[in-house]
Design a protein around this ligand. Sequence first.
Ligand SMILES: *[C@@H]1O[C@H](CO)[C@@H](O)[C@H](O)[C@H]1NC(C)=O
Ligand SMILES: *[C@@H]1O[C@H](CO)[C@@H](O)[C@H](O)[C@H]1NC(C)=O
Ligand SMILES: *[C@@H]1O[C@H](CO)[C@@H](O)[C@H](O)[C@H]1NC(C)=O
Ligand SMILES: *[C@@H]1O[C@H](CO)[C@@H](O)[C@H](O)[C@H]1NC(C)=O
Length: 472
Amino acid sequence: MVRVRSKRIYSSMVFALLILSVSSSDVPVNEEEEADRISALPGQPKVSFQQFSGYVTVNHAVGRALFYWLTEATHDPLSKPLVVWLNGGPGCSSVAYGASEEIGPFRVNKNATGLYLNRFSWNTAANLLFLETPAGVGFSYSNRSGDLFDTGDRRTSEDSLKFLIRWMDRFARYKNREVYLTGESYAGHYVPQLARQIMTYNAKSKHPINLKGIMVGNAVTDNYYDNLGTVTYWWSHAMISDKTFHELMHTCDFRRQKESNECESLYSYAMDQEFGNIDQYNIYAPPCNLNSDGTFSSATTRHSMRLPHRPQHPILGQLSGYDPCTEKYAEVYYNRPDVQRVLHANVTKIPYKWTACSEILNRNWNDTAVSVLPIYRDMIAAGLRIWVFSGDVDSVVPVTATRYSLAQLKLATKISWYPWYVKKQVGGWTEVYEGVTFATVRGAGHEVPLFKPRAALQLFKSFLKGEPLPKS
Ligand SMILES: *[C@@H]1O[C@H](CO)[C@@H](O)[C@H](O)[C@H]1NC(C)=O
Ligand SMILES: *[C@@H]1O[C@H](CO)[C@@H](O)[C@H](O)[C@H]1NC(C)=O
Ligand SMILES: *[C@@H]1O[C@H](CO)[C@@H](O)[C@H](O)[C@H]1NC(C)=O
Ligand SMILES: *[C@@H]1O[C@H](CO)[C@@H](O)[C@H](O)[C@H]1NC(C)=O
């Protein structure tokens, strides 16, 4: 493994050899960090970047620990920023989604025998830190089982901050590194809330976290405007009738966390009687019809508002370049004992299986912000770089929801609406405001980097550079 170590470690080793004439075992490396090193995952193609994974305890009293997976940048990792990626749900795993089907370097193959490379991995541009948060998601766990029943936004952001601080103690080379927080869907709450935690922490800390910016996609932002925009999207994309649209608009109180029964039954009618068997996370793509045991399912699972996993429906045929069953392969792969050993995961024999999303956490979510727009105002005032993107064929947190929500910030336009390009094609549209850059990704569903990997990488590179998206 010495061959693929970073320059810093390598040169300190040469130094130690020259001056002290000692063996490499005396090189001062952080033992905790070394214990987290991943040699190679089962069935993994050869790579030249370093990987680490393991646990960071965020609450000693009850025994709560969060699991992370760091895939360093392919070139010159020491000069590249640290990018934290969070998935939403609430209750969904960034190992399952972000790492394994969106921005990470590997994808899981169909029979879960191994991994193959993602050509458009974001670790070509940055060091990627996938965090499974809160405890109860993926391999992250709590020794107090009650934690699965009372976690919400509050604990998630507090624990995630503790995680970051302690993780940087373990990985000292990242301590002053530029940090960006990114994520999608319900991470539209996590990312700004963690940014706020960091800003508060930085104000009183001698060792501030060098937070530079955030980027979120198809992000849950504001109850009222998100719901208004969602129902509007369904109508404007001909998924529901005029009648249902008007009834929803007149009956539902979009500001409420929990809707009235009348409103709920209108939602049910829309989804069960009018939507049909579509993938709500990409309304023009075929849904997955495969169970994790390899059998086909014809059951119609009721839509779960914000879970970024896809409901299962009868076969409709394949859309080229996209396999709607990817998280099923991940569920087989990450439950393999040999995979867990190499990942330093599940060392305490967690009493349930690894799943892409935790329904228990999702169903029992304790507290959720009505709107994170006030945090946007704080982040803008603090000068953070803020990018908000949206795959425009998602009907779960659709582009209209995001546009209605962002409009509430009433920001001045810096660069007017224009189409942006990737490989001579319109990748989407963008408008740059004072403090926020908004961009759509044309033809992408809820998980933008899964559906449009090349466009998503372009978006990420422009974001990191702090430059507007290409005009040609
Ligand atoms: C949870 O309990 C197990 C078994 O007692 C223990 O080994 C582990 O360290 C505990 N986890 C934390 C984060 O304290
Ligand atoms: C798994 O799939 C790969 C290709 O995706 C194939 O080469 C291999 O033979 C398969 N293994 C098993 C055990 O089916
Ligand atoms: C953890 O390992 C145990 C076996 O030791 C297994 O039964 C359980 O499903 C695993 N849980 C997770 C979350 O990986
Ligand atoms: C649950 O939510 C309430 C507010 O709705 C909050 O006061 C309480 O601290 C939350 N509990 C936990 C464990 O976060």
